[in-house]
Design a protein around this ligand. Sequence first.
Ligand code: ATP
Ligand code: MG
Length: 400
Amino acid sequence: TTDIFKPAFEIIETIKKAGFKAYIVGGAVRDYLLAKEVNDIDLASSATPQQIQEIFKQVIPVGIEHGTVIVRYQKESYEVTTFRAEKGYSDFRRPDQVSFVDSITADLSRRDFTINAIAMTEDGRFVDPFNGQEDLENKMIRAVGDPVQRFTEDPLRMLRAIRFVSQLQFKLDPVTWHEIRNHAGLIEKLSIERVAIELEKLFQGDAVKSALNYFYEANLFGHLPIFKSNPSLIDHVSQIQQPIVELIDLFSYLTLMSNEKIAIHQWCKAYKLSNKVKYTGELLVHLVKLFQQENLTRSLIYQLPEVYDQRFISMVNRVLGQVIDLKKINEIRSQLPIKNRRDIKINGHDLQLLYPNKARGNWIRSYLELIEQKIIAGKLENDFEKIKEWILSCHPPEKN
Ligand code: ATP
Ligand code: MG
């Protein structure tokens, strides 16, 4: 049903009462027609951002120069973008001048694929000048208009085409596909941030296998950082059968498969990923190597945050071909005497009092690590007196 669109329809009616046109457009219409879950609802309107600001109480100006504002309505956000045409992306990063146009059809014609170029009215009719509904039925990704022109305007569309293959389990229209093969090299001009977003979505899709097939056949990897100068990595990518959770999981996988020829920090630098993401990658790589050496030890599970369980299991499966049962991980975790360092019944301050003749220094941290290891291994009870007795027997205090 169209229940999910009810508030959006009300917004459209309000805009119409003010004398303008408005439609639901883009991914929401596509996903609704596919009976998939609808996420963000975007609207296109003949009203300018300024006019939208006059019509609604709560408007957030997010991209006025591109004609976009967010209307807050019943605690939800709706992006409203003025009908526009793009003059192309001469720097391949962001559209140059956008010019506002007066019809929904003109707006739809600047969109990437026919399935993304359908508009919906508030009474449930469709404006579909490029036969997007037919392509939805045939599960086909087809460029709007001339694919050569569209890919030259914005080469990101080639990556988007293949990520929709992956997300929707669609095929590429033969002409669209032909021109992706011919123009693959243009992706080198894109900002890596835009590329990374599409790549991640591509690898997350259910049909990642057929998407990777296209990707490989068009030699798109040959135009991406690191892959370009390390073609042997592409063979490892080709073996991927299951979707990944985040792009860093792909890079962690490749780090492991290449015997760390390319390290996580190099991937993160080349693809401009954050330090936080980098630590996740380093942790995954470390844990898989640890698993390879000593299997599922208590020490390994102690270092594995619960939120990464599935990603760790998938990584071990991909890299080592071994199947780990989540139950086994949970069983070991439930046996751990401590969950983290803060649970240890002795702290740095206590240790200093035990060794009054030692100056402050790194020894405190290494003693705590020693104690931590022993407790996790189940060889030392987490009890202040027991810990004290044990550490003093390992490292008798110096007398002076
Ligand atoms: P998702 O579910 O991933 O958000 P989406 O189709 O909504 O999918 P967005 O990137 O949010 O994708 O873009 C919204 C709409 O804007 C698209 O459906 C398409 O009509 C248009 N669009 C987005 N990026 C481009 C582009 N690079 N070139 C042309 N049109 C685009
Ligand atoms: Mg969207």
